[in-house]
Design a binder for this molecule. Structure first.
Ligand code: DQA
Length: 163
């Protein structure tokens, strides 16, 4: 039981990502959220981990899940905050407040799009950001977490700890 919990990763999708598959397919592709989740779960399993995927259109619910992640036994979070990346200080603070490492991911390359998407206020509190690889961004996020995150109760990666 303890071993299973130690290798569990939480995958969080923010607003509008429930519409994947039909939402601006030229930008986000044709894979549905369920398909992306299956890909992520299979990839995690191939790496000896377990991915639990959740989506919410509500900032507060995402904050609650981030705060609860350690208590729930997750060793890290792969997080696509959607548009909230660009302005949610509440999510930024939630990520900065927890010991569980967070990797921010985006399907599209936010730096190659409209200027308002270039900045993520969440990114500075995350271990790092992966952007532009479609669903592959989530898989790279899982690999990044498994490569860097400590066991539950451990410290965040040294380079990203805030004063
Ligand atoms: C996104 C990029 C955001 O700018 C946008 O608001 C999204 C999706 C991405 O995965 O590329 O909802 O996070």
């Amino acid at each position: 039981m303890a071993r299973r919990v130690a290798s569990a990763i939480l995958v969080l999708h923010g607003p509008n990502l429930n519409l994947l598959g039909t939402r601006e397919p030229a930008v986000y592709g044709r894979a549905t959220l369920a398909e992306v989740n299956r890909l992520v779960q299979r990839h995690a399993e191939s790496r000896g981990a377990r991915a639990v995927c959740r989506q919410s259109n509500h900032e507060g619910e995402l904050v609650d899940w981030i705060q609860a992640a350690a208590r729930e036994g997750f060793r890290g979070i792969v997080f696509n905050p959607g548009a909230l990346s660009h302005y949610s200080l509440a999510l930024r603070d939630a990520v900065a407040s927890v010991r569980v490492p967070v990797v921010e991911v985006h399907l599209s390359n936010i730096h190659a799009r409209e200027e308002f998407r270039h900045r993520s206020v969440v990114a500075a509190a995350a271990v790092g950001q992966i952007s532009g690889f479609g669903p592959g961004s989530y898989l790279l996020g899982v690999d990044a977490l498994l490569g860097t995150s400590p066991a539950p109760g451990g410290r965040r990666p040294a380079a990203r700890r805030r004063p």
